[in-house]
Design a binder for this molecule. Sequence first.
Ligand code: SF4
Length: 380
Amino acid sequence: MPATDYAARFREIRDKVESEERLSLDDGIFLYDPAVPLQEVGQLANLVRERKNGNVGYFNINTHLNPTNVCVYRCRFCAFRSDLRDPKGYAMSDEQIVERGREATENGCTEMHIVGGLHHKMPYEWYRGIIELLNKTYPQIHLKAWTAVEINWFEFQTKKSKQWVLQDMRDAGLGSMPGGGAEIFHPEVRDQLCEHKANTHEWLQIHQTAHEIGLRTNCTMLYGHVEQAYHRIDHLIRLRELQDRTGGFQVFIPLAFHPENTKLDNIKKPSALMDLRTMAISRLMLDNVQHIKAYWIMLGIETAQTALAYGADDIDGTVRHELIYHDAGATTPECLSVDHIKGLIAEAGRDPVERDTVYNHVHREPHDFTKWTSGAPVSV
Ligand code: SF4
């Protein structure tokens, strides 16, 4: 396309964004064209970001818990999983799980993010018991647990419906669901990455059911492996369509693929430019999702900071005990202090605001950091 045509096509998209008109599949694919200056895509995304979330940069204080890495599946992008008899395989005891909750409480965490493998030998009751035990021992901590892939496995184990599993987990103390397991929805890609686990229809149905029973959930996309721009935009549109029906997604998190120790280790990890372009295009396509997160663990600290000007309004949490992306070669620290994370947001020119998992303001007692309450929603 000649340069003048690119400029005209970009102007068309800018007009749509300025008048809050929805972008199409073709618009999204066009924005991935390297001939479209990243700076301009970023500026457009920033317009939407500031319209929706002002100058705020959100963060939370959280910890991760991966109860087991043993998994019946063998996703090609996964460096975390282990075979049942592999020495690297583990399954945490109740004591270890309670200890993780104690550490989280002492560090002022408002959230535990709980995901892991689908262990060949552990029954549904073990997974449910983790939620019940933590909820009974540390009721103030919000438990954001189990991807749709895990919920689908629990359906298989219990022979019950999605609704039953989600309600049963909720009765045990589940607070919300993370957005993992989405990968890339389009079958041309999904079948190459993870043909056996929950398919696209199942993933979307589980999130829809969760929203219908009142659980908020997150959504993600794993990019930078074998997919093309078309598959990414198709993925975003499928999320947007579900959000139109339910409104239950609270944040979208684009996840950069890390190839180390995976079956796709011949692929180079996406560049920072690709990360920023994907962040910006996600903000532009997902006009009905309030928040876009730059997950610093995967992006690296500098790219996550920069992403706050490319559509993102959240950089996730302080995080402790992250294993999944560090097993795949992430070189980021395993944890950031609260002062550090606030400093990173401020350095990027945004106002740091602590939120809880479901985006309420967190108020901390001035003389005891570990005591906190959740206040009003950060945005409507
Ligand atoms: S991504 Fe999840 S489901 Fe797939 S192999 Fe890894 S742990 Fe198992």
